[in-house]
Design a protein around this ligand. Structure first.
Ligand code: MGD
Ligand code: MGD
Ligand code: MO
Length: 742
């Protein structure tokens, strides 16, 4: 460590919301060496290189420094630097006018993976403003899982993997090697300690190579596989009878439901042999309890998304792997900590405004109808301080919102506030999103850097990054785990003459203060927010300030209880594990999981012969981020489409060729890498590619249209999962064609 450097205990936010504890050496206002804080419970486990590059990120010239206001046409890259006062005053005034003219619901927000660490503040702002239209990535990422857990188990499942108790670790549609350093560490540790390992994935990826059992299913057929496995497990009486009897409701209905999923029928759907399905089911049932990480493949595989997530979780429950030590425990917040839901002021949004939430009439699970039923149960168990934050469990439907911007149907949406998300790259159907964003009267983007979305905005506003604010990883902040771990600001967000940034909390507060919400934002800084939320713990430990708390011991952790279901103590309507979901039934869905056959019209089948598994994670990127930083980019300079060798031979494609991926709505090009890791009928593409080095202005928008795979993906509500509303990025709707780019 350099002589004049100080150490700051910060929270790394380079990936999805985990919030790993890091130590940042700071000299002056410069970020020096960054190392993991191994005293904190949340760290990635195996070496993750990203935090070590934090200096390159923090001091990069591509970052937004001051609020920018559009001068020319949208997308002309002509900007005027303005003060925060001016930006916030003007935006607030425009929002007030839109509310006056069209109603509060005409204002929407877009979210991503929670990178601003203040989605609770966005909910709070929107609740007070009066709009139910917060939409974002949650509908296709973690939200479906969260609502399945909430309605089936009364809370999120967390791992209680323990040597000598846990028999197996399962990665179900999860490539932890690229996308989850913590889970990958757990997988390797499980293997080393003698546990069995199982991977369910159409690709022979790194986890599959290392597993005892690799289950190579056809994309989008997880629901059928899980139901087929339950057919074997129930009929051969391999399930945990005591648990099923004492702790669940609806098992007899399930027994009936799975009867049609014979190994033969399941084999036809999943393209796994009937023999193997029986073997897999026995192997699975005989190695319990297990630790299981479910990835987002199921969430991306409409129309069987919720079916799959429910079936997999019920499979896990009936073999005795839920609510027991060594398996998944049903969690809640750390006692005394004030979680996000209690910060959102959800009671302030009137029932009348709730009913206007876009898409909630059709997709009722992950929106107010479903959330209200879950919330009622959560309140009974935890009171105000429950883990049911709306930003994670209750979203407006993004495809419906984009269409409302374009067609004013069912009503006009005139303003969009984009923060910590990049819809032009991450949402499906980029062309439609582009048109929709341009149709708004007001488009504001709060981001770390310039992005294609910021580029077509009226205001591009500089956000403070994780090094410039204090925060806590989302999972702790939500209260979906009895854990808190907080970090402090490492370097200032404002340096006179250099830059002036606001963190996401401050942004929502400042906007709220200008829109009649003065009484509801008592905490001036993000530090004060944490001091308020951690008050019980701080009192217990004798700390006056966040700084004292962090420097002493920045975390507290407990283990969730086991055997809650047997005592009827789960936060579900019955208090038990609801195999037969009374919540699903109440909002008009099948209370049991099923598998819906996917019918693709013949002409589409003929013309688009391949299945695109889009968006498989790759290091070092996180979605659309980091491509502007040399130290990141040199690790993976180009977008890659992986193609089976046989297919490539047939199509005259060589390794390294640029290849077009085409669907009825568009095409994108990526560089071919040849492989034999999967069926020749599949291709695997990367998502969120843009080229910060290319021209910023329209029509280029940093090369937005060249390799961005979402130019080819469709978000038509008719293609969305009928229960969650998730649009497809994987699964059987992802038909495409490929050919060499000349
Ligand atoms: N085809 C395809 N598309 C996909 C996927 C796929 O598998 N296939 N995956 C989907 C999934 S699972 C997800 S979660 C979404 C992700 O969708 P998004 O979250 O919209 O995507 P990101 O690129 O991560 O956008 C995050 C933006 O936030 C900015 N940012 C980072 N930190 C902060 C901060 O502290 N404050 C603010 N205000 N901004 C910040 C970043 O610079 C970046 O521009 O993408 C989805 N898109
Ligand atoms: N480096 C990096 N890490 C990330 C992210 C990132 O952008 N970059 N994003 C973060 C986010 S927001 C998310 S949601 C997570 C996602 O993390 P994961 O869920 O691990 O995402 P993927 O890497 O797409 O892995 C999904 C795996 O599912 C397989 N798969 C595809 N279709 C199916 C199917 O139908 N059934 C089954 N069973 N498997 C299938 C794929 O072959 C792939 O191996 O990653 C997080 N971590
Ligand atoms: Mo995600």
């Amino acid at each position: 460590m350099k002589k004049d450097a100080t150490v700051k205990y910060s929270t790394c936010y380079f990936c999805t919301s985990k919030g790993c504890g890091v130590k940042v050496e700071v000299e002056g206002n410069k970020v020096g060496k960054v190392t993991f804080d191994t005293d904190a419970p949340v760290i990635p486990g195996v070496f993750c290189k990203r935090p070590t590059l934090a200096g390159d990120y923090q001091h990069h010239p591509f970052r937004l420094k001051y609020p920018m206001k559009r001068k020319g046409e949208r997308g002309a890259n002509q900007w005027k630097q303005i003060s925060w006062e001016q930006a916030l005053d003007e935006i607030a005034e425009k929002l007030a006018n839109i509310r006056e003219q069209y109603g509060a619901e005409a204002v929407a927000t877009s979210s991503g993976t929670g990178r601003g660490a203040a989605d609770f503040a966005k909910s709070r702002f929107m609740n007070l403003f009066g709009s139910p239209n917060r939409f974002g990535a949650v509908t296709i990422c973690y939200g479906p899982r969260s609502m399945v857990w909430n309605s089936t188990f009364g809370g999120a499942l967390v791992s209680s993997r323990k040597q000598g108790v846990t028999k197996m670790m399962v990665l179900w549609g999860r490539n932890a090697h690229e996308g989850g350093p913590g889970s990958w560490h757990s997988f390797l540790e499980a293997k080393r300690s003698g546990m069995r390992t199982m991977v369910v994935d159409p690709r022979h990826n790194e986890p599959a190579r290392q597993a005892d059992c690799w289950v190579q299913l056809h994309p989008g057929t997880d629901a059928a596989l899980a139901l087929g496995m339950m057919h074997v497990i129930i009929n051969e009486e391999l399930y945990d009878k005591k648990f099923v009897e004492e702790s669940t409701i609806g098992f007899e209905e399930l027994r009936k439901r799975v009867q049609s999923f014979t190994p033969e029928r399941t084999a036809e759907i999943t393209k796994i042999s009937a023999y193997k399905i029986v073997e897999i089911a026995r192997f699975f049932a005989n190695n319990q309890p297990c630790d299981m990480v479910i990835g987002e493949a199921a969430e991306h595989s409409s129309p069987n998304s919720i079916n799959a997530i429910r079936a997999i979780n019920i499979l896990r429950a009936i073999v005795g792997s839920v609510d027991v030590e060594g398996g998944g425990l049903v969690a809640g917040p750390y006692p005394g900590f004030i979680p996000d839901a209690a910060m959102e002021l959800n009671h302030m949004l009137s029932p009348e405004q709730r009913r206007k939430q876009l898409g909630a009439d059709r997709f009722r699970f992950l929106s107010y109808p479903g959330w209200e039923l879950v919330e009622e149960q959560f309140r009974k168990k935890w009171g105000e301080n429950h883990p049911g934050a709306v930003y994670l469990n209750c979203m407006a439907h993004a495809p419906t919102a984009f269409r409302a911007m374009l067609e004013s149907d069912p009503y006009p949406v005139k303003a969009l506030l984009v923060s910590a998300s990049n819809p032009l790259l991450s949402h499906g159907n980029t062309k439609l999103v582009h048109k929709a964003l341009k149709a708004t009267e007001l488009l504001v983007t709060l981001d770390i850097t310039w992005t294609p979305t910021a580029q077509i905005s009226d205001y591009a506003l500089p956000a403070a990054c994780w090094l410039e604010r204090p925060d806590m990883g989302n999972f702790a902040s939500i209260g979906a785990y009895p854990l808190v771990q907080v970090g402090e600001t490492a370097v200032p967000a404002k340096i006179p003459g250099e830059y002036e940034r606001l963190n996401d909390y401050e942004f929502w507060r400042e906007l709220g203060m200008r829109l009649g919400q003065e009484d509801y934002w008592p905490w001036k800084t993000f530090e004060e927010v944490w001091e308020y939320r951690l008050q019980d713990l701080m009192k217990e430990r004798g700390h006056e300030t966040l700084e004292e708390f962090v420097q002493d011991k920045r975390w507290a952790k407990a283990m969730p209880e086991s055997n809650q279901a047997r005592q009827g103590k789960l936060a579900t309507p019955s208090g038990k594990v609801e195999i037969y979901s009374s919540i699903m039934e109440k909002i008009g869905y099948d209370p049991l999981p099923d598998y819906q056959e996917v019918v693709i019209p013949e002409d589409i089948q003929r013309k688009y012969k391949f299945l695109n598994i889009s968006g498989c994670r790759v290091r070092p990127y996180h979605h659309s981020e980091f491509r502007h930083i040399d130290s990141f980019r040199k690790q993976l300079p180009d977008p890659i489409v992986t193609i089976h060798v046989d297919t490539a031979l047939r199509k005259g494609i060589a390794d390294g060729d640029w290849v077009y991926i085409e669907t009825p709505i568009g095409r994108a090009k990526q560089r071919a890498r040849l492989s034999t890791d999967f069926n020749p009928k599949y291709i695997v593409t990367q998502h969120a590619w843009w080229f910060p080095e290319k021209p910023a202005e329209e029509p280029s928008l940093y090369g937005l249209w060249e390799s961005n795979i979402n130019v080819t993906t469709d978000d038509d509500p008719d293609l969305c999962d009928p229960i969650s509303g998730a649009w497809p990025f994987k699964g059987q709707y992802m038909r495409c064609n490929i050919y060499k780019a000349e």
